[in-house]
Ligand binder design. Structure first.
Ligand code: NI
Length: 272
C-alpha cells in the first residue's frame, strides 16, 4: 500500500530526537513552525548542534520552549575546528540544564573532503569522552563509516543506553551489533524512501525498544513530501512506515518510541 494513500493517525504523540530548528531554513517562521509541530503532536524535541555556535543556538531555543531540549557537540564536517579549546567550549555548554546529550558527532566518510579521517576520529573520541565525563548520551552521525564508528564507541566503552545512531543507514547485521551493546537507532524520513531497503531491514531486525523517531529537519522529509523542508509535523509518516514494518498499530509505535526517547535523554516524560 502506498503511504500517500494512508491517513495520518488521529492522535499522534511523538518525540523528535534529532532536529535543527536553529537552521536558517526556519528563519522566517521558526516560532510559528515550532508551535505548529507542537499542535501536531510533538511532545518534545532535541535540537542538535554541530559546533559551539550552533549548539548555543539550540540551547537558546530550549530556554524559550519547555518541550525543546538541546545537544551540544562537534559534527564530523566541522572536525577541522577540533581543538582542546573548542572541546572546552562544548564542555561548558554541556552544563546547561536542558542540554541532554552530546552531539551531533561521529564520522562521515562520504564527505571526506571536509576533514581527514584521522581528525574526524580524534574529534569523535573527544566528544565521546565529554559524554562519558558528563554522564550524557552521545548522538552519533555515521555516514559510510559504520565499522570505525562502532569500533570507536566500543573501544571508548560507551555504556548501554549511551549512544544513538541517528538516521541509521547500516545493515541489519550492524543494527543487531549496535543493539547487542545496548545502544539505540533512530529513523527519520529516509525510512520511507523507495530505495530504503537497508534501513527497512535494519528496523525489522531490532526490537522497537531500541528505536527512536527523528526528522533531522530541515532535511530528510519523508515520502510523500520528499525534497521539501522537513518539520516534526511529518514524523507520523515515518511512524506509519515503522508500524507497517513491525506489523503493529501506529499508536504502539508512538507510545514505545516516545518512552524510549524520554528514557534515553533522562527526561521526566510526565512534565511534557
Ligand atoms: Ni543532523
Amino acid at each position: 500500500m502506498e503511504l500517500e494513500t494512508r491517513e495520518k493517525p488521529n492522535t499522534p504523540f511523538f518525540f523528535d530526537t534529532h532536529a535543527h530548528y536553529n537552521d536558517n531554513a526556519f528563519d522566517d517562521d521558526r516560532d510559528g513552525m515550532i508551535k505548529t509541530c507542537r499542535a501536531a503532536g510533538m511532545v518534545a524535541a532535541v535540537n542538535c548542534g554541530t559546533d559551539p555556535g550552533s549548539s548555543l543556538e539550540c540551547i537558546k531555543l530550549a530556554e524559550k520552549y519547555d518541550f525543546l531540549y538541546a545537544a551540544a557537540g562537534i559534527h564530523p564536517e566541522e572536525a577541522l575546528r577540533y581543538s582542546e579549546e573548542v572541546i572546552g567550549e562544548i564542555r561548558r555548554l554541556l552544563n546547561g540544564e536542558k542540554v541532554v546529550a552530546v552531539g551531533e558527532t561521529g564520522l562521515d566518510y562520504y564527505y571526506e573532503d571536509s576533514a581527514p579521517r584521522e581528525i574526524q576520529q580524534q574529534n569523535f573520541i573527544a566528544n565521546i569522552r565529554l559524554a562519558l565525563e558528563t554522564g550524557k548520551p552521545v548522538i552519533v552521525h555515521d555516514r559510510e563509516a559504520h565499522r570505525d564508528t562502532f569500533d570507536i564507541l566500543k573501544n571508548e566503552k560507551v555504556p548501554a543506553g549511551g549512544a544513538v545512531f541517528h538516521c541509521f543507514s547500516g545493515s541489519a547485521e550492524m543494527a543487531r551489533d549496535i543493539v547487542s551493546k545496548g545502544w539505540l537507532l533512530s529513523f527519520g524520513g529516509a525510512l520511507t524512501f523507495k530505495n530504503a531497503r537497508r534501513a527497512v531491514e535494519a528496523a525489522e531486525a531490532v526490537p522497537l525498544e531500541y528505536i527512536m523517531l527523528e526528522t533531522d529537519c530541515p532535511y530528510m522529509a519523508p515520502v510523500p513530501l520528499r525534497g521539501t523542508r522537513n518539520t516534526s509535523a511529518n514524523i507520523p509518516y515515518v511512524a506509519v512506515k515503522l508500524a507497517e514494518i513491525k506489523g503493529i498499530g501506529v499508536e504502539k509505535v508512538f507510545e514505545i518510541t516516545t518512552a524510549n526517547a524520554f528514557r534515553f535523554f533522562k527526561i521526566d516524560g510526565k512534565k511534557q
